[in-house]
Design a protein around this ligand. Sequence first.
Ligand SMILES: Nc1ncnc2c1ncn2[C@@H]1O[C@H](COP(=O)(O)OP(=O)(O)OP(=O)(O)O)[C@@H](O)[C@H]1O
Length: 318
Amino acid sequence: MIELKGVTKRFGDETAVDAISLTVKPGELCALVGTSGCGKSTTLRMINRLIEHDEGEIHIDGRPIREFDGRLLRRRIGYAIQSTGLFPHWTVARNIGLVPRLLKWPAARVRERVEELMGLLGLPVDQFADRYPAQLSGGQAQRVGVARALAADPDILLMDEPFGALDPITREGLQAELRDLQSRLRKTIVFVTHDMDEALALADRLVVMKAGHIVQQGTPLALLRAPADDFVASLLGGDDRGLKEAAITQVAERMLPLSPRLLPQARVHRDATLRQALAVMFREHADRLAVVDDEAMPIGELSLRRIVGAGRDGSGES
Ligand SMILES: Nc1ncnc2c1ncn2[C@@H]1O[C@H](COP(=O)(O)OP(=O)(O)OP(=O)(O)O)[C@@H](O)[C@H]1O
């Protein structure tokens, strides 16, 4: 658990972070969003003491972070950043194994862990283990950075635009990996991103910052449905908010049981999002879809009315 209470950071005359309070519960993924310069990275770096806070308290698992030695604290907390911070004269494998080695894991266990992570992040060991950072693409280097952050299996991960330099396909792949990892390992994660779709897709708790303050926090759905002010509404996508809500709501939540009516030809998987279902409707010129399971067996149906939230109780379906 990470707790910030009235935390402030000043750089000279400028207050970069202004008396913020925030609790990130164990196993929660908290995304910090906001316009450039609002204090997101500073907040993240205060948690692992790369930046010391001026006022307020930061606790990790109930203990003030000032009680920890900064270096030891950073070995306990995974940290992945957009620019990766890899050591240029170290191979990929050596970079990933950094923290486990500092923690004095036996060499065989370090090697095993490095290989496991390289597999997880789609970096074949025979191809990449002995390369140097300069021999990697930006996206490959970012994956190495994420692998390094995960290496010692920390309970807490701080991620600052970790997928920033990736193409959309790789990025979505890694987002899915992170979601999957999160559902299995339940790390406590603070994640900074400029990509609102990424924040909405990943976050349990979304925290919107503006000029060093937290202006609103809550679940992505709560913020999309009731933004506190025009700033939050526009940051969350303005008029596009409805589609963003559709993008984080699953078909299974809105489908109706199979009815005796003829099933439509067009189909969508139960785990797809409402946005994907809308895309199928557009493509197929259909206003009803059959919902199917992993075996492509129909298990329900979905209408346009249900997608837009009308007739949620099933009444008025035609
Ligand atoms: N080391 C520093 N010295 C002086 N000012 C700093 C320092 N680090 C950050 N700042 C200032 O503090 C404010 C917050 O910076 P921060 O990097 O936390 O913002 P951010 O929300 O992460 O921005 P971005 O989205 O552009 O990365 C900015 O005005 C920045 O110029």
